[in-house]
Design a binder for this molecule. Structure first.
Ligand SMILES: C[S@@+](CC[C@H](N)C(=O)[O-])C[C@H]1O[C@@H](n2cnc3c(N)ncnc32)[C@H](O)[C@@H]1O
Length: 283
């Protein structure tokens, strides 16, 4: 039986990534996988006596997860959870792993002045990340979320229940899912990768749902479908905010403006790239 010290020395030694790229399972991820396998917090693992023997089945499971991570599986799927907007969220391969840059979309949505009781809809909610962040920050708002994927909605509902956040979930094609209801804010991180983009077959993304990523031939099909839906459900003065790719800002602005959305603004992410477009529907 090996010891924790010997295992860690072996598993965290420099693992060369393919063609000079960084290793896929850097030491901090080896530790994160260890916390998952051993059912301990990072603080507990860091404080553990490293002469402690490692049970054979724990060692085998830990090695298996490291190998899967080296094979490109997202860490979040391997440990089954991720943090978004400081909320712990359950994730499985049925949902996109929420990305830190989507917090820019949440920040912009929270900057929109809305009255108490206003209705906000997260279209294409996946794990529920955006809707749950909005409800956490705006407890008096009525927050709803929709998705076409029943499996994603099951995860989103489980996350809402675990966090004690009251969000209504509906299934359907974009804003058709909310029927004849009206709302004040529509927020969405839709699929926006071009169908032929080779990155869909690369590390990470190839493990995520195609429905969550593939935005059609030009990457803009979902955004083009969302805009008329938003015009239909938004009250006068209501806003649509969408996340998109860094090279899509000009095209998304044009789609918004041609659809009659006013005061269109394209906001940068933390790296200064245009990633969120916002517009007002005056009716
Ligand atoms: C990029 S993911 C975003 C997930 C989550 N909002 C986030 O930011 O982590 C896009 C989501 O849109 C959903 N979706 C794709 N096509 C849809 C459609 N036609 N109607 C409703 N939702 C759809 C996918 O199932 C997926 O959950």
């Amino acid at each position: 039986m090996t010891t924790l010290r010997a295992f860690l020395a072996d598993a965290t030694r420099a693992i060369p990534g393919p063609s000079g790229r960084p290793a896929r399972c850097p030491p901090q991820e080896v530790w994160a996988l260890g916390c998952h396998v051993l059912g301990r917090s990072l603080a507990q693992l860091l404080a553990a006596d490293t002469a402690e023997p490692l049970q054979r089945e724990d060692e085998a499971r830990w090695r298996e997860l490291i190998a899967r991570r080296q094979g490109g599986e997202p860490l979040a799927y391997l440990v089954g959870h991720v943090e978004f907007w400081s909320l712990p969220l359950k994730v499985t391969p049925d949902v996109l792993v929420p990305r830190p840059e989507t917090e820019v979309l949440v920040e912009r949505a929270l900057a929109v002045p809305v009255a108490d009781g206003a209705c906000c809809v997260d279209a294409g909610t996946g794990s529920g990340a955006i809707a749950l962040a909005l409800k956490k920050e705006r407890p008096r708002a009525q927050v709803a979320a929709c998705d076409r994927s029943p499996a994603a909605l099951a995860i989103a509902r489980a996350n809402a229940a675990a966090l004690g956040l009251d969000v209504a979930f509906w299934r359907g094609h974009w804003l058709d899912a909310i029927g004849n209801r009206s709302c004040d804010l529509v927020v969405s991180n839709p699929p926006y990768v071009e169908s032929a983009d080779p990155c869909l077959a690369g590390d990470g993304l190839r493990f995520e749902p195609r429905l969550a990523l593939d935005g059609g031939a030009d990457g803009l099909a979902a955004i083009a479908a969302l805009i008329p839906g938003a015009r239909r459900v938004l009250r006068p003065g209501g806003r649509l905010l969408v996340e998109h790719g860094a090279l899509q800002g000009a095209e998304v602005r044009s789609l918004f403006e041609r659809s009659g959305l006013a005061d269109v603004a394209v906001h940068p992410d933390y790296a200064g790239r245009p990633r969120v477009t916002e517009g007002v529907w005056h009716g």
